[in-house]
Ligand binder design. Sequence first.
Ligand code: FES
Ligand SMILES: [Fe+2]
Length: 368
Amino acid sequence: MSSPVTFVRNQWYVAAYGREVTSEVLGRTVCGEAIALFRTGSGTVAALADRCVHRRFPLSAAPSQVVGDTVVCGYHGFTYDGTGTCVAVPGQSRVPRTARVTAYPVVEQDSFVWVFIGDPALADATRIPRAPWLADEAWTTVSGMEPLAARWGLLVDNLLDLSHETYLHGGYIGTPEVAETPITTEVDEEARIVRVSRHMADAACPPFYANSTGITGRITRWQDIEYFPPCLYTLHSRVAPVGVLPPAEGPDDGAFHVEVVYAITPSTATSTYDFWAVARDFARDDEEVSRFLHDSNRTVVLQDVTALDLLETVVAAEPAGTQELSINIDTGALAARRMIAAMTAGMTAATDAAVDATAGAAAGAAVR
Ligand code: FES
Ligand SMILES: [Fe+2]
């Protein structure tokens, strides 16, 4: 059967949009870990293991509920604060010392709620990649999330190779030039970024951009991807009437800019949260444009969902070691796969080192 799916641990992942986390508890599974998310009375987001320490009832299931800064288990009333400490149990005043659930490091930033999966001691909030446009008043954003019944690597492949726009998304964002124009791929090992660029000098304007910008003729269309494995993908999209290039200095007023952001969050081995957002710097107060871009992008994402859900059934059924054939358009996705493999190996090496260190310490103790 197909090769096993791995998750990269000790990383930040988007679990939800901030707007989804309210005083109703939200259950999400990230990298196989069930998490209960809620907003406390004081407005901060808490992320707790979604399993009551008493008899395992999910804290995200009704009738569990948020009361003030705590969540009360819906089965027998164990009550937890945002740090996962149990602060009240029914029928006795003494709370057992071991009554606590895991609390995940959590950061609300750029409209997303990020959780850290792995050793909380390694959670460094400064390492969360940024998507500043999504919470910036100078930009107007539409966004959503579609669940995928497919492994997360298939979505990485999909987003790093936009040549599929021509075929899968023809009539929305695809035109012949996307597949025809070669890409450049750059890997920044230090910063852990994969960059893929495709600059089309003279291309047809797809409906996605024609209807939102009002451009009627051909366009100069740039796609500059920056992927921050494992979770955050940004596509800087620049569209202008054909021949209009950015000035050497000063603002690029002759062009329309769209920042397309995806958060690729593995849920289980064969399911993924596909968070998508489209931020623009034009027609910012035009609700019709907002509605159009929301509906078009969602349609495009659902076209990917259909294709990737189908691919998952193919991949799941094939014997391990079944080969693919890669060509030039795949250099970005292959670079991303290599970086993810290195991060996974680094994670294993770190774990091995920790195990070795423990063994060494034990040996040292024995010698003494
Ligand atoms: S299972 Fe939660 S209080 Fe009993
Ligand atoms: Fe797509």
